[in-house]
Each structure stands twice: as C-alpha cells, then as structure tokens.
Write a protein that binds this ligand. Structure first.
Ligand code: ADP
Ligand code: AMP
Length: 237
C-alpha cells in the first residue's frame, strides 16, 4: 500500500486562561499563513448566533466549566477537515483534557497531518489575573485587547464598544484556573516527549512570538514581524 504523504503541521498552544494563546495564535497565523482555531471563540460564536449548540453550552461557558469531550472533539474534527486547514493550523484551547489529547492523537494518526508541535505558554498566576481583569473583547470582530490606563473603550478595528467576557468575572476566572490546574499535569505528561516546548509567556507579546517562530525554525530572534516571515510551502517542505 502506498505510504501517506504527510503535510500540514498542527501547532498546539497550551497554557492557562490569559497566558496569551489567542494573541499568539493570531500572530502565528499571519506569519505562517495557516488558520488559528480557537475552540473557545467557536463556542462563543455559537452562543452569539443563538444556535442549538450555542444554547446548549451557554450556561456552562458563563460558569467557566468545560463542555463535554465528545462535543468539542466533533467540533474540532469538523473544523480540521475544512480546506483552509490543509497546510496545518494553530490550535488554541484544544486539547484541554487528556481524553481530548488522546482523541487528537488518533485523529492525526489517521490524517495527512504531521505530528503536532506543542508550545506550553508558562506564566506566573499573578500576571494571569492582571491580564484577565484587563482583557476586553470586541463583540463584533472578536478581537481581544488589553486595557491600559486611558485606553479607548471602543474597538479600533470597527468602533464597537468593547465588553468584558462573561467568563472573565473574578469568580469564574478562579474556577477556570482550577479546571486548568486539574487537567494540565496529564496533558503535559502526554506530550512531554513528543514535540513539547515550554515557553516563557510573561514576556512582551512580540518577544513571545519571536521565540515561538524561532522554535519553529522559521526565523532568528531578531526577525522583523511586520513582514510575512516565510511562505507556508517553504515551512512544510
Ligand atoms: P488566552 O487566549 O490564553 O486566554 P489572550 O491571548 O486572550 O489569552 O490574552 C489575555 C489578555 O492578555 C489579553 O487582554 C491580551 O491582550 C493580553 N496579553 C496577551 N499576551 C500578552 C503579553 N505577552 N503581555 C501582555 N499582555 C498580553
Ligand atoms: P477560551 O476562549 O479558550 O478561554 O475558552 C472559553 C470556554 O470555552 C472555556 O472556559 C470552556 O467552557 C469552553 N472550551 C473551549 N475549549 C474547550 C475544550 N477544548 N474543551 C472543553 N471546553 C472548552
């Protein structure tokens, strides 16, 4: 039987809520020309659209709980099958449990994707609290901003009034961090010897991106990120 030609790299971003997964996923996405897939954002979109799925998960999301493995696995499998993922993608927020990591492993083994690269965005919990309490999101384009003193309360992209995510309220943040802590050891154990790299996520945004790209072998730490760094075909050649 002919051997399957593997192409398309999956980059997994692990890390607690507020570590900067979404921020880095978007930046890697523009540099590498592969889509950033945020399972949290997909679920929030379902909630906003009022779909049956959105209605079913809304309460859970607001309370900071996890949706079921089966449900999110189906959402991810469907998304990975879309044509824009053919050259790979960046997964932000998945896997979040050991069962999801095992599922992804089986899924990738039976697909044309190569083994994933796993970046664990490590950060001091105190910085997380600050980042989450200062996070604002545009309800229209879903872009995320860090509010600093005197910053505008409207989205620079489309002018919409920025909002605090329901699950960024202090009590919910505590629950989400607890859930993360309960699951993280097993997930890290799963990936430890398989493409796993720990990255210091307390650094400024640009520096974290440079580090990730450098670990991906795309660029030195001094790269100019205002230009596309590498064509996706080159990266996966
Ligand atoms: P996650 O997706 O891991 O929950 P986000 O990417 O939404 O995290 O980042 C959480 C908040 O912290 C956002 O308001 C974002 O603008 C801000 N942020 C992300 N990375 C950094 C960084 N390296 N330094 C300072 N603030 C950051
Ligand atoms: P995030 O945007 O990654 O912080 O995710 C927001 C919320 O979406 C989480 O608190 C969960 O309720 C839900 N969610 C996102 N990804 C997953 C996942 N892989 N497994 C279960 N629930 C998830």
């Amino acid at each position: 039987m002919a051997k399957m030609q593997r192409q398309g790299r999956i980059i997994i971003l692990l890390g607690p809520p507020g570590a900067g997964k979404g921020t880095q996923a978007e930046r890697l996405s523009s540099s590498l020309a592969i889509p950033a897939i945020s399972t949290g954002e997909m679920l929030r979109q379902e909630c906003r659209s009022g779909s049956a799925l959105g209605l079913a998960v809304q309460e859970l999301l607001v309370a900071g709980g996890l949706v079921s493995d089966e449900l999110i696995q189906k959402v991810v499998a469907d998304r990975l099958a879309q044509p824009d993922c053919a050259q790979g993608c960046i997964l932000d927020g998945f896997p979040r449990t050991a069962a999801q990591a095992r599922f992804l492993d089986c899924f990738l083994a039976g697909s044309a994707f190569t083994a994933p690269v796993v970046f664990d965005l490590a950060i001091d919990p105190q910085i997380l609290i600050d980042r989450l309490s200062s996070r604002r999101q545009c309800p229209v384009c879903a872009r995320t901003y860090h509010m600093t003193l005197g910053a505008s309360s409207s989205c620079p992209h489309d002018g919409s009034e920025l909002v605090i995510r329901n699950d960024d309220q202090p009590a919910t943040v505590k629950r989400r961090l607890q859930i993360y802590a309960e699951n993280t050891r097993e997930i890290v154990g799963f990936y430890r010897n398989r493409g796993y790299r720990r990255v210091d996520a307390s650094q400024p945004v640009e520096k974290v991106t440079r580090r990730l790209l450098s670990l991906l072998g795309n660029t030195g730490e001094s790269a100019d990120l205002s230009r596309p760094l590498v064509a996706a075909q080159q990266l996966y050649a």
